[in-house]
Design a protein around this ligand. Sequence first.
Ligand code: DAH
Length: 430
Amino acid sequence: MTEDLGGLTKKWQAAVAAAASVEALEAIRVEALGKKGEITGLMKRLAGMTPDERKAAGQRFNQVKDAVAAAIEARKGLLGEAAIDARLASEKLDMTLPVAASREGRLHPISQTIDEIITIFGEMGFKVAEGPDIEDDFHNFTALNIPPDHPARQMHDTFYLGGADASRPGSDSVGASDGSRHTNPAALGAGKDGGDSSRAGSAGVGGAAGAASASRTAAGEGPSTRLYGKAATPTDLEGRRLLRTHTSPVQIRYMQAHKPPMRVIAPGRTYRCDSDMTHTPMFHQVEGLVLDETTHMGHLKGCLTEFCRAFFGVADLPLRFRPSFFPFTEPSAEVDIGCSRKGGELKLGNYGDWLEILGCGMVHPKVLEMGGIDPTRYQGFAFGMGIERIAMLKYGIPDLRTFFEADQRWLAHYGFAPLEVPSLVQGAGR
Ligand code: DAH
């Protein structure tokens, strides 16, 4: 072996060191170690040697090969990093470019507001209860201490379900009435199958003579004498189907199905035959019910104060409990929150002016009885408020009707990111 193997190693190491790119390095690797490479050529010579020569030469050739291969690997690493650095240096992010338009859906403000309400009352230990949108007269009125001849019924602008099918759950024959508000008592006629009106979904309307669906009393006629006259027995009336006019019937259904102590809210849709700037035929309410042996008005005030302050995000928001009347509570109150209307702009806080937002009171003993709860042992409070109203106040939405127009542009503006769940830590809202 006459070759200067040390020189050969150095020659290739120098070539490797001089390679300026990954591609140049690869070319060098092929020239040195590829199939026809110079160093591979050394190995081929081993075949013509005696075993002793081969052993000694093989070792030395391998040293050359390993040294050059190691140099290539090291250089490759360096050139790779350099290539990344060069790319990073050449590629710049232009932060001034406008972002691509988002196609993510938006959560309706009603859904968002209900989530917020649930979050806040959830922190206070409330559960969520639900009841049917299609109610019967008993749960919507009578059990709430609004007997058939009670004037409060007239204030509710009820949608009654008429027709022979009215007693079937899911019936789509909805009888709306206008000024006179009630369907014709003749439609109630012969159906004497009212039965157990306290049961959910009990049937009391319709029957053989019930075909005169959704007819109306003549405009201007007082509804009560005609409707609650001899044509129908109270049982017929109580089983009569209607779209619930408030969420209060959920109180009755919950009481009938559970034992105190209880602490529930019931958000949901409600319906009244009314439509103008500030009323839509369908709207939302949230009901609250708390019963225990010693629950008192102080708890009611504390609970609602806590809620309003958390919901509106005003820590010192003042609340005013104004004596009022509801058939289902005694005593009853309407709650106002502090505000200012200066300069036509509404601000919430301790500014001396007041804005009504909800009704509440101590549950009437008769209502407890109707719910199957002993009024000599249990007492508590209830409240009800309109969800659109508090959503409009909180999020500055000026027109109620826009809530239900299903306008994508409106939703893009007033809607909420669907995956951002409200929490009290971030102030239950945005
Ligand atoms: N149900 C009433 C309404 O629709 C609101 C309400 C007032 C509910 C007082 C209550 C209450 O539970 O205690 O106008």
